[in-house]
Design a protein around this ligand. Structure first.
Ligand code: SF4
Length: 481
């Protein structure tokens, strides 16, 4: 990283801009969605999606919550079990949810254009081949598996050998994502996840890379206990050597109130504030020097990767799986807690508790527990936030042409609220655009926060003082393994 930029982000600045902010996977954030959102509302969303854009490519997300061991940092929707019968039982409920979709599509003469499938969790690698075969057969009832543009899976490298990767390849999977988190042994011990780099080296052979032609992703976490600037440097050098196509570099979401097991980490050794920012900057520096391009706030890709190319064309899409090349914007999520984005106007989420999920599915109901119908203001603000977070730049005329508004007039209060950021060299403002400077890239979510009408209302309303905190609702933003 440019040393001038690194030195501008000093302790004083990090302290000044240390407020929490959402990751803005969606807008409005899930904590503002309504629990009154009914199954009928969900069906309305599903119909509107397929009615208005018949051939719109859809991503089908399948959630498998089970893992064999708890990683202490994890905030994913996870159930820990060593009993494989639990996995089989869950899959049977999942199949019944798939049946609900199949029946609904048939009754409404709909043929969803599912172009991508992502198997996430939890640990989808916990599903053994016999049951995996059944899952694939079941998915075939709603998706044309042979003609997907992308079929991806999250891999727990501790649980698979090369033969399993060959098996996935033979099933049509063309993209894999490894949960790496950190290569330092002391950090790994502190988070209850020991997996030496040699494990990855052994399975990520040239043949495997060739088989998964849509690429390899690594998930890394910044801010884990015992992580230091120099340990992160070594981890990222090893990452660069292993050469994944994409890297997701998330900050640790420390929310023990909602993920109690996080208290098992040595808390006094969790880097915070300026130290945590320095660790992120070090990772950024190593990746940049090794030729990776920053694709949005917390993602990196090789310049040859589809996402990097999509970024250059402003076609990227940002969702709970990270940045994607933008092929699919709409998502149908199946499985416990999964969320769906149905067209321009609907967000929905499945039941969070397994019992409730199972109960609803067995009643023959889509297991929805909350959702949100976006109004036009939501749609405009989502677009603004996503552009700032993804490209660090916003051309007002794009928004004006799309939504027939006068940007400076519509967002006059929000633009005024950016004055302090401008003074500190975090943004550059003029009558036509907002540019988040390279210094400001590290604080992009805080800039987005200025356009969040819901958060603004919550923060200014004393009546809402009992609502969930930002931390509470950040949980489950990232996927597992
Ligand atoms: S990080 Fe992955 S393997 Fe570990 S508990 Fe979370 S979902 Fe399971």
């Amino acid at each position: 990283m440019n040393p001038k930029i690194a030195s501008s982000i000093d302790e004083k600045m990090v302290k000044k801009y240390s407020q929490n902010a959402f990751m803005y996977v969606e807008y409005p954030h899930k904590s503002f969605w309504s629990n009154q959102f009914s199954e009928q509302d969900f069906k309305e969303g599903l119909k509107s999606l397929l009615a208005s854009q018949k051939d719109a490519p859809i991503l089908l997300y399948v959630h498998m919550p089970y893992c064999q061991k708890q990683c202490y940092f994890c905030t994913c929707r996870v159930e820990i079990s060593l009993n494989y019968e639990d996995v089989k039982h869950y899959l049977n409920v999942l199949y019944r949810e798939i049946d609900l979709y199949q029946k609904f599509f048939k009754e409404n003469s709909m043929k969803p254009n599912i172009k991508e499938i992502h198997l996430g969790g939890g640990s989808p690698t916990f599903i053994y081949p016999a049951e995996f075969d059944q899952l694939i057969e079941k998915l075939k009832t709603i998706a044309d598996i042979e003609n997907l543009a992308e079929f991806s899976i999250e891999i727990d490298p501790r649980r698979v050998k090369k033969d399993r990767l060959d098996y996935y390849h033979n099933k049509g999977i063309n993209r894999i994502s490894f949960g790496i988190q950190d290569f330092d042994l002391e950090v790994q011990k502190a988070v209850n996840r020991v997996q030496p780099a040699s494990l990855i080296e052994k399975i990520l052979t040239p043949e495997v890379r060739k088989n998964f032609k849509n690429g390899v992703n690594f998930d890394i976490i910044c801010g884990l206990p015992r992580q230091t600037v120099s340990s992160m440097k070594k981890t990222m050098e090893k990452v660069s050597e292993l050469s994944p196509d994409r890297i997701c570099l998330n900050y640790l979401d420390f929310s023990p109130k909602y993920a109690e097991h996080q208290l098992l980490m040595p808390q006094s050794e969790i880097p915070v504030g300026y130290e945590r920012k320095r660790i992120f900057l070090e990772a950024l520096d190593v990746l940049t020097k090794n030729g990776y391009v920053r694709t949005g706030y917390d993602h990196f890709a090789k310049p040859t990767d589809e996402v990097a190319k999509a970024m250059a064309k402003k076609k990227m899409a940002w969702n709970s799986l990270g940045y994607t090349p933008g092929r699919c914007v709409d998502i149908i999520g199946i499985g416990v807690h999964s969320y769906s984005r149905l067209g321009e106007n609907f967000y929905t989420q499945n039941a969070y508790e397994l019992e409730e999920y199972e109960f609803l599915v067995h009643q023959g109901k889509f297991p929805v527990f909350r959702g949100h119908k976006l109004n036009q203001d939501d749609v405009i603000r989502r677009d603004v936030i996503q552009q700032l977070r993804s490209y660090f730049f916003l051309d007002f005329s794009e928004i004006e042409n799309k939504y027939q508004i006068n940007f400076n007039e519509y967002f006059k209060n929000e633009l005024r609220s950016l004055a302090e950021f401008e003074k500190d060299g975090i943004v550059e403002l003029n009558a036509k655009s907002i540019t988040i400077t390279p210094i400001g890239h590290q604080f992009a979510n805080l800039i987005c926060k200025n356009f969040d009408q819901y958060l603004h209302s919550r923060e200014t309303s004393s009546q809402n003082s009992n609502h969930n905190s930002i931390q509470s609702s950040c949980i489950n933003q990232v996927t597992g393994s």
